[in-house]
Design a protein around this ligand. Structure first.
Ligand code: DAK
Length: 254
């Protein structure tokens, strides 16, 4: 098994487990990962998902040895994009807890998550240029949206790694903590999100993601519809009533 799962306090942790090659993302690992995320997405005990690796590596990229001899047609028929695309459709919040290397496909996988907690030892990069290719799983698009054109160009064209502090300053990640605490910090974020009304969490995530592929007009309209829809939920009635009664709301998830 290349992905370990644990569940607690309303959230799940999916841990990449191919440490001998710094969690290089081969097809088998990606298949297991996507299947795992989809099954957690359907699991009503899980309201938030942490994706992590180990202290040395979140993931050092796609498995270079696995794709080294592939032809363009083999790459095309392996249809790896279909697998990566399924991550984009996960509806529950995904938090990446990153320590060590997050490179190439590893950095792209991290950017497919909704939030990122990193250890001080984390290193981020899109080094594909150094092996004769370029980012292939969203790197040129998601990185540019996260850090802007010039910094994205710097990372993609030089292949240089950046530190956790730089990544934080550039807006690529949410928070940096000492290496002993990165997973604990991610768990505390996951626990907090798991305590929120799940339907509102789901529709809010959907609306934020919508901003990546729509005009401001279309996005605002989408947001408004999701906002109205929440007035059909029992949790909206409960949340506003509890506020007025100065008590803690009790969410039903409907
Ligand atoms: N693939 C395969 N093996 C890898 C690997 C990788 N990406 N990264 C590390 N390893 C393996 C090493 O070969 C080594 O294995 P052995 O030699 O022990 O058998 C082991 O992990 C430990 O690595 P090192 O000995 O190199 O460890 P160091 O601490 O010295 O160096 C390093 C760490 C991260 C700087 C170095 O390993 C490194 O540069 N790794 C490669 C980083 C890289 O170039 N990553 C980008 C890969 S290209 C797509 C989706 C995604 C992608 C493409 C298409 N589609 C949807 C179609 C993504 C492409 C990529 O990510």
């Amino acid at each position: 098994m290349y992905v370990n799962i644990t569940k607690q306090d309303g959230y799940a942790i999916a841990q990449l487990n191919r440490p001998e090659v710094l969690n290089a993302l081969n097809i088998q690992l990606m298949t297991e990962l996507v299947d795992t995320l989809e099954s957690l997405d359907k699991d009503s005990d899980v309201r938030c998902i942490i994706l992590t690796g180990n202290e040395k590596a979140f993931a050092a990229g796609a498995d270079i040895k696995e794709m080294a001899d592939a032809s363009a047609i083999e790459m095309l028929t392996r249809d790896q994009f279909a697998r990566w695309d399924r991550i984009r459709r996960i509806k529950k919040p995904l938090i990446a807890a990153v320590s060590g290397f997050a490179l190439g496909g590893g950095c792209e996988l991290m950017m497919s998550c909704d939030m990122v907690i990193a250890s001080e030892t984390a290193k981020f990069g899109q080094p594909e240029i150094n092996i004769g290719v370029m980012p292939g799983a969203g790197g040129t698009q998601r990185l540019t949206r996260a850090v802007g054109k010039v910094k994205s160009m710097e990372m993609v064209l030089t292949g240089r790694m950046i530190s956790a502090d730089e990544a934080l300053r550039w807006g690529l990640i949410n928070k940096v903590v000492p290496v002993e605490y990165y997973l604990e910090e991610a768990k505390s974020w996951a626990k907090e999100i798991a305590s929120k009304p799940p339907v509102a969490v789901k529709l809010a995530k959907e609306a934020v993601l919508k901003s990546f592929d729509t005009t401001i007009e279309g996005g605002l309209e989408f947001e408004r519809k999701n906002f109205y829809l929440l007035f059909a939920s029992e949790d909206q009635k409960e949340g506003m009533k509890a506020f007025a009664e100065k008590r803690k709301p009790e969410w039903k998830g409907k």
